[in-house]
Design a protein around this ligand. Structure first.
Ligand code: ADP
Length: 406
């Protein structure tokens, strides 16, 4: 295999995000986004590394048209999909069930298994499949690699992965805790070890991935032992629009007493709950602005968000026994000093503290925000899921290339 470039595709139901990376030096050659696929007012934004960003609005009826529009933009920059430099296409696939514990070169059997998992990931896996099939049609000769959000969490012990419900019923319907954001948790836990100057195998980390979706994980020596999302990404932390943990009986109550249907409750808990349900905003910047202006609803939403976060820090501290670092990542984790400060406040007894000055400094790279003499490091570690997908994809195709030679 000669090429050193990897195209990373993250195909959602109405959007495709892409990045073209050069794995010789990890440089980003181009990135972009096609939005509102199949809707009115589709939009493409393309940003080459050596040039101005370009945007256009037009009609993008389906994923095929979206990837062709992306390919045309890459062509304009001399980075076209026909280039022999392109080694592989790496796809984010949300649900890999129990079968996919590693990145996997896509073949018909892999596609069939991703399809078989649609009942547990009805929103994501169909879009991911469409992205893979469309990319295959564009470059049938190229390895397509699926990198699964769930893979990092497949090391969870049964005690963490199982719900305490009737085993036969659970197994019949594949009900268990799978966890998501795994690519980010893997990358951030490793980068945290690097920041500490230690090997990942020697470090226990609590990773707090706080974006619009949010999840926590407990990582012992580089392996995930617990995570806060479950069968679906609804469980766990309070998120932008998702409730996170609730008593399951809330659902029966809303059905029986509130007269709501399963679909209505699904929408309520996934789209109209969390921060937006509590205060009408899901952007932490706006919530903090309101809190600072004395808005009580925003204040309560913030407090509920922090209370849940703190509970997970405590829980994962107990799960791990010894914690070397707590790492904040994703949009909120990387940017919101008030969230980081509040999440750790009062946990000095656990050896956790934030240095106000360090926490307030804005920066792009991984950095420590705990006092120099802290027992447990508190860190901000920017996530880079695309780079992780590209790195896993490249490693896999290089490996299989080498095996073919022997
Ligand atoms: P996702 O990938 O889940 O869509 P991101 O990781 O990009 O989410 O995070 C998006 C969220 O990050 C926004 O909804 C907002 O709440 C938060 N965010 C982004 N920038 C800032 C900032 N400067 N300060 C506080 N919060 C921010």
């Amino acid at each position: 295999m000669s090429g050193s470039r990897v195209l990373v595709l993250n195909s959602g139901s109405s959007s495709v995000k892409y990045q073209l990376l050069d794995m010789r030096d990890g440089g980003r050659l181009a990135m972009g986004l096609v939005e509102r696929i199949g809707e009115s007012g589709s939009r493409l934004k393309h940003s080459p590394a050596d040039g101005e960003s370009r945007e256009w609005n037009g009609s993008v009826p389906d994923h095929d048209a979206a990837l062709k529009a992306m390919a045309a933009e890459l062509d304009r920059d001399g980075l076209g999909l026909g280039s022999p430099e392109l080694a592989a296409i790496g796809h984010r696939v949300v649900h890999g069930g129990l079968r996919f514990t590693e990145p996997t070169v896509v073949d018909d059997a892999v596609l069939a298994e991703i399809e078989r998992l649609i009942p547990v990931a009805p929103l994501h896996n169909p879009a991911n499949l469409t992205g893979i099939r469309t990319a295959q049609a564009l470059r049938p000769d190229l390895p397509q690699v699926a990198v699964f959000d769930t893979a990092f969490h497949t090391t969870m012990p049964e005690s963490a992965a199982r719900y305490a419900i009737d085993v036969e019923t659970a197994d019949a319907h594949r009900v268990r805790r799978y966890g998501f954001h795994g690519t980010s948790h893997a990358y951030v836990s490793r980068e945290t070890a690097r920041l500490l100057g230690r090997a990942p195998e020697d470090v226990n980390v609590i990773v707090l991935h706080l974006g619009n979706g949010a999840s926590a994980s407990a990582v012992r020596g580089g392996r995930c032992v617990d995570t806060s999302m479950g069968l679906t990404p609804l469980e766990g932390l309070v998120m932008g629009t998702r409730s996170g943990d609730t008593d399951p009986a809330v659902i029966f109550h809303l059905m029986r007493v509130g007269g709501m249907s399963a679909d209505e409750i699904d929408t309520l808990l996934n789209k109209r709950s969390g921060l937006i349900g509590l205060c009408g905003d899901n952007d932490m910047r706006e919530i903090r602005r309101r809190v600072d202006a004395g808005d009580e609803r925003a204040g309560l939403a913030f407090d509920i968000y922090i209370h849940r976060l703190k509970k997970y820090i405590g829980a994962y501290y107990a799960v791990l026994g010894r914690v070397d670092a707590v790492a904040f990542t994703a949009g909120v984790g990387e940017n919101s000093a008030p969230v980081r400060e509040a999440a750790v406040a009062g946990l000095e007894g656990l050896g956790l503290a934030v240095d106000g000055g360090l926490n307030a400094v804005r920066g792009d790279g991984a950095r420590l925000i705990s006092p120099a003499d802290a027992r447990v490091a508190v860190a901000v570690v920017p996530t880079d899921e695309e780079m992780e997908i590209a790195a896993q994809t490249y490693a896999l195709v290089n490996d299989s290339g080498n095996q073919n030679l022997t």
